[in-house]
Design a protein around this ligand. Structure first.
Ligand code: AMP
Length: 422
């Protein structure tokens, strides 16, 4: 029997690790510039954490959560997103009592039982940030700026930043009534899911991918036109600041996001080079009531998440290279005979104790074939150990990149060896 990884999951290796490292390192550098600190939360939480925050009638809670009972019968769920666990941690650890704003970032895997396709996995990775404690529009600007800058630093130059407001609890209520009124005569044309959504949470109809529902939504009233004056001022301020920063954006009046906890600002970064269903690379929004909803104080917050796997797909498609972090020397120790293995260990000990990466050949084959192997596997140097080398204690070090060769007495002149790698 051949064992495969579960549907919708993958193994990350080879070239993808390099893209991934580049994305994570770039993100970490930027998060540091914007004063964010890392947080790591458990891979699973009490199911309640997600039900209460993401919303009972969202697709994620309804259809996509990996929920299971543990051996004591407690309902647990693999995290489908990063915000709810971070906020749970912030409240539990009382992190919010420190100076505001509390700025946290995470790099974590998420789990959603979705229909797998390119760019849509059941396990995927996100980098995300949460800025907890401020309701002013300038913090929205900082968060959106950070998201935009991240993609700029990754080498993208043709992405679209979409922004909208989903209003506050006050104006949203009024809008929902108007929206329900619009839908009333059309309810029977909606899909069965949307008929339930119409009753329970009409805004979620905007998540529907059924053609007939999407058609009905096309001419529906949009929340953007119904937000209250305070929400409008908030959005206008963001637009003003973003213009000052020279960040291009589009107000997309029908933008919604699949979580109930959002209030006011929501935003998304999309690529028109990706297939439309999976064209969002990252997105986020404000969630002013979530902390309070979780039993914490009434503190507004905002965050975003970026899908690492999807970014890698687009980087490859657009042939955007990753920046190779400084390559440290990597030495391959070639044995001419199996008897020289003990000696090779002494040499490897010397290299490794001096922070030089090295690998010992596992088979005494011809020197030519071993050099070829070393080149193919990105070794920068080889050391050949033969009888002469052992007798004289002089190693021959070949620099494969610059085609130079050195003969050095590594026992008597260790510093000279190390100098070669400075
Ligand atoms: P969300 O948490 O739904 O706001 O998604 C934020 C980002 O995570 C998206 O823009 C995608 O880049 C990525 N993402 C979301 N769901 C998936 C998935 N099933 N597979 C791969 N990436 C995903």
């Amino acid at each position: 029997m051949v064992l495969n990884s579960p549907r919708g999951t993958g193994d990350i290796f080879g070239e993808d690790i390099k893209y991934r490292d580049f994305i994570i390192n770039t993100a970490k550098k930027l998060f540091n510039l914007f004063n964010y600190n890392e947080i790591i939360t458990p891979a699973f939480e009490h199911t309640e954490v997600f039900n209460r925050s993401i919303g009972e009638s969202t697709d994620i809670v309804q259809k996509e959560m990996y929920t299971f009972l543990d051996k004591k019968g407690r309902s647990l769920t693999l995290r489908p997103e990063g915000t709810a666990p971070v906020i749970r941690a912030v409240i539990e650890r009382k992190l919010y009592s420190e100076n505001f704003p509390l700025k946290l970032f995470y790099i974590e895997n998420m789990f959603r039982y979705e229909r797998p396709q390119k760019g849509r996995m059941r396990e995927f990775w996100q980098v995300g940030v949460e800025a907890v404690g401020l309701g002013e529009p300038f913090i929205d600007v900082e968060v959106i700026w950070l998201l935009n800058l991240l993609f700029e630093k990754l080498g993208f130059n043709n992405l679209k930043l979409l922004i909208n407001s989903v209003g506050c609890s006050g104006c949203r209520k009024d809008y929902i009534e108007i929206f329900r009124g619009y839908l009333k005569p059309k309810v029977q044309s909606l899909c069965p899911d949307c008929i339930t959504r119409y009753e329970k949470n009409p805004l979620r109809i905007f998540d529907c991918k059924v053609e007939e529902c999407m058609k009905i939504l096309k001419s529906s009233p949009k929340i953007y036109s119904y937000i209250c004056d305070d929400c409008k001022i908030h959005l206008d301020k963001i637009a003003e600041f973003l213009e000052v920063l020279g960040i291009n954006f589009t107000i997309k009046e029908d933008l919604v996001r699949g979580f109930d906890y959002y209030t006011r600002t929501i935003f998304e970064i999309i690529s028109e080079d990706l297939k439309s269903a999976q064209n969002a690379l990252g997105g986020g929004g404000r969630y002013d009531k979530l902390v309070e909803q979780f039993g914490g104080p009434d503190i507004p917050s905002i965050g975003f998440a970026v899908g690492i796997d999807r970014v890698i797909i687009l980087m490859k498609q657009l042939e955007i290279g990753y920046e190779v972090s400084k390559k440290y020397p990597k030495i391959f120790i070639i044995l001419m005979e199996e008897d020289f293995r003990v000696y090779s260990f002494k040499l490897a000990k010397f290299f490794r104790e001096n922070n030089l990466a090295c690998e010992i050949s596992c088979e005494a084959k011809s020197v030519g074939s071993q050099i070829k192997w070393a080149e193919k596997n990105e070794f920068s140097h080889v050391v050949i150990i033969g009888e002469d080398e052992i007798k004289s204690e002089i190693i021959t070090l070949k620099d494969l990149k610059n085609f130079r060769q050195f003969k050095i007495d590594w026992i008597k002149q260790p510093l000279k060896v190390l100098e070669l790698f400075q």
